[in-house]
Design a protein. Sequence first.
Lengths: 266, 350
Amino acid sequence: MKDTGYETLVSFDAVTVAYNGSPVVDDVSFEVGKGEWFGVLGPNGAGKSTLLRTAVGGTITGGGISIAGSGMHAVQGKSRAHLVAYVPQRPVFPIGMSVFDYALLGRTPHMGPLATESRSDVTIVWEVLASLGLTSFAERDVASLSGGETQRVSMARVLAQRAPVLVLDEATAALDIASQHEVLELIDSIRIENGIAVVSAMHDLTAAAQFCDRVALIDQGRLRGVGSPKEVLREDLLREVFEPTVRVIDIEGSQVIVSMRDKERR
Amino acid sequence: MNAARPASTRLRWWWVVGAAGLLVGSVIVSLMVGSFSIPIGGVLGSVVDRLPFVSVDAGLDDRAEAILWQVRMPRIVLGVIVGATLSAAGAAYQGVFRNPLADPYLLGAGAGAGLGATLAIAYGPDSAGWLIDPLPLAAFVGAIVGVVLAYVLGYSVRSGRTAVTLILAGVGVAAFLTATQTFLQQRNSETLREVYGWILGSLATGSWADVRLVVPYVVISLVVVFAGRRLMDVLAVGDVEASSLGVQPRRVRLVLVAFATLGTAAVVAVSGLIGFVGIIVPHTVRILTGASYRIIVPLSILVGGAFLVIADVIARTVQSPYEVPIGVVTAFIGAPFFAIVLRTSKGVGS
């Protein structure tokens, strides 16, 4: 089991998001340490995306978030963008925009409102592209890339942002298992090299068990468990939240979570 | 480490030189041709002669000088201003709404100006001897009122205050204002011809006074749209991501729409509703050079000025001594040209 002695960087404190009185996220609290990978898990519609968006200016109706000791209500706009970088579930890749220009968007919080990029912004983007093996892609159209390539380009943008917290909403949705693994390893190495805290919503529970230091399990907006993958990804809890046929199998000390088909129908 | 952006993502100097050359060339040709033709030597000589510390004998008589400086030059300068402003405003609207079909009239500026002009023509008092001509003022106010109404309506919608809500509000406001305008126009059929002529747009009455009238608004508008070109690239990734990058999409949209509308209202006030320029010019530039507004905005300003001057030459020569409405020309030559650009382009970035 991974050591989780991280110093706290992000804390979600009784975060509630309600639309027209009905809560989508209900009283969720957890803390994420510096350099920690924190997974937010749960069924479709559990409120994972809504919860993550509260960290980047999304609606929040109760509770609060603080990052590096400052409350998010005090930290808005550009100052918040210096602290938190975000990749949505389905990032928009504008047709005709080059990989270089897309990565350069990450420098936006570091530029004046009407200024253009400085030499150091350009240098940082080149460094980031090189570190991700994307140098030769710099002039490619982002809309023409494959699924795995676009994920790397997303990473280039958020790395150029140089924020200590990275919020990822389903970074690997719609990728094959090899590409998914590659992207998750990439995120892991970025996190370790740069000491970045990663908060990511994930669908794949097995991958979450392998990559996350700690996870939170959310169902219908409520926190059902928080802790190490071993503590949270238990058969009894997963059966309650997902479906009664979930099995947790141990392979080489890591949990593999599968949903078994009814025997009679196999 | 490299501190320069990749070559293909730069605003290349030969594009700027080419677009500026197109603009200068179209202005010179436009100064030469007409019912009274002036040789190129006369045009260039007379322009150089007007520069400080330089004296050249252009060989033009008083009549030619008067035609050049009091008739053609103000009209052409106005054409450059109108074309540049409508193109920049079109690019700004397309950028902030992430919608290729957006043009400067999208939120009701055109319909509002049309209603204002119709009111002034049909009900305005005889303006002879007035200090201010009520027609451009009414069109200017109408354009701004149209967009303000669209904004108020769009932001009064409680759920989902997005760019799409705003566009829908604009469509609604424009339809209402156009209906009102049409109704007034039908009730005052004696002014039908004048109203219709205004709506189709024209530079025929362009004077130095018109140029002086619009220049302050146009300069402010172009400066703001130009300064906002990088923010339009940020908006291209959508509101949620843009705000995660520290940009406030609604505020950026409001500011850019406000200043694009200010410029549009000013030029519409003196030239009527010249259509198609705001769509075709930014798109042509986009297809030929790339999708970044860092490139599209400055080139659209230059190419837009040239395009409208060329359209105006055709408008005033093809059926001489009569004039074809310039809005007809912009669409008639613009649409086939645009089709050729679309067909021959390999697709941006591919």
